[in-house]
Design a protein around this ligand. Structure first.
Ligand code: ADP
Length: 162
């Protein structure tokens, strides 16, 4: 019997979390015992929500999932994953357009730490064209994001674009 807990880090910008992310988290829990959702404090992108806001929205959206914890990090993902003593990174794959970018990240991460594996989960069909940027664009112009993001995120978007 194997008593080791299977833990994955699910990193990303989550600006903000969508039902697509949540779908990966929930389905990931059928493979992993615990998932750490790790919000990247990315200096390359100009986010709509601060890291603290993004963390709070993910916590609220996953509060019924005790096996999920939420954290933030900056710097190299591999340094963060090693610090957490985790060996698997979970990423979602949507359309074919994700593949090249994801392969680049996975390869550089493999180069930085060959002992850490990247595990890809294919998006559910209904979320395969859903992205945080799409959601922000729709919300910005007053469109409904009700079926795309959890309620707390919908409210937070309304406030941002009020
Ligand atoms: P990043 O800036 O790191 O790409 P994102 O928040 O956009 O951060 O995405 C985090 C992860 O979630 C990525 O692996 C991305 O492919 C995945 N993801 C985003 N949206 C969806 C979706 N609708 N379905 C499945 N996976 C998704």
């Amino acid at each position: 019997m194997c008593l080791t807990e299977r833990i994955a880090v699910y990193p990303g910008s989550f600006d903000p979390i969508t039902y697509g992310h949540l779908d990966i988290i929930k389905r990931g829990l059928s493979v992993f015992d615990r998932i750490i959702v790790a919000v990247l404090n990315n200096s390359r992108k100009a986010p709509l929500f601060t890291v603290n806001e993004r963390v709070a929205l993910i916590k609220e959206s996953t509060k019924e999932l005790p096996a999920v914890s939420v954290d933030s990090f900056d710097g190299l993902l591999m340094d963060y994953v090693r610090k957490k003593k985790v060996h698997v990174v979970l990423r979602g794959l949507r359309a074919i357009s994700d593949v090249e970018y994801e392969l680049q990240i996975a390869s550089i991460n493999k180069h930085l730490d060959p002992e850490i594996e990247t595990c890809f989960m294919i998006s559910s069909n209904r979320y395969s064209f859903l992205s945080s940027s799409m959601v922000k664009e729709v919300a910005k112009y007053g469109g409904s994001v009700h079926l795309l993001v959890p309620d707390a995120v919908e409210r937070a978007l309304e406030k941002k674009f009020m």
